[in-house]
Design a protein around this ligand. Structure first.
Ligand code: ZN
Length: 168
């Protein structure tokens, strides 16, 4: 697996795991992400991970990057929201309410997933597309890396390999 794809998959995995972990900690109590918007980030991370894991085109990788950005958006919104609520609450809660490890993990992981997905889209764009040729024997369309024609079975070989023909 290419490094950019691997980094993106790990990012989505981190966001997925982080969705289950505490997003808010108030003293000894904590609220898991899945009790709130964690359900959204969980689903997005799952879809994003599948999209980048199976991506065969730059467009698909860009879609994965946008999904990761959506996770960043939801997690950022919640982080700000938790801070605001903690500030508005009484001083005891204010002192003890804090952003949980799960939300931090979701934020960091989704940022990584978005960067890696866009980087992967760039790498895919640069790589040479697979070219197709017509078989000189039967005109069947074959990939440039084919060694034999899948239709008529003729062998394709570079001219330096075989410069002779069998005597009929
Ligand atoms: Zn052929």
């Amino acid at each position: 697996m290419q490094p950019s794809r691997l980094a993106a998959v790990l990012g989505f995995l981190g966001a997925f795991i982080g969705s289950f972990l505490p997003w808010v900690t108030v003293g000894v109590f904590s609220v898991a992400g899945t009790d709130g918007d964690g359900g959204i980030t969980l689903a997005l991370a799952l879809v994003g991970g599948l999209v980048i894991g199976l991506s065969r085109s730059p467009a698909a990788s860009i879609v994965a990057g946008l999904i990761a950005l959506a996770v960043v958006g939801v997690a950022s919104y919640d982080a700000v929201n938790i801070s605001n609520k903690a500030n508005a609450a009484n001083t005891i809660v204010q002192l003890h309410a804090s952003i949980g490890a799960g939300l931090v993990l979701v934020l960091v992981s989704s940022i990584m997933a978005s960067f890696a997905s866009f980087a992967h889209a760039g790498a895919q764009g640069k790589s040479r597309p697979i070219q197709e040729f017509a078989c000189s024997e039967c005109s069947f369309t074959v990939r440039s890396d084919a060694r034999y024609c899948p239709n008529c079975g003729v062998e394709f070989s570079p001219p330096q390999v075989r410069r002779y023909r069998r005597v009929e």
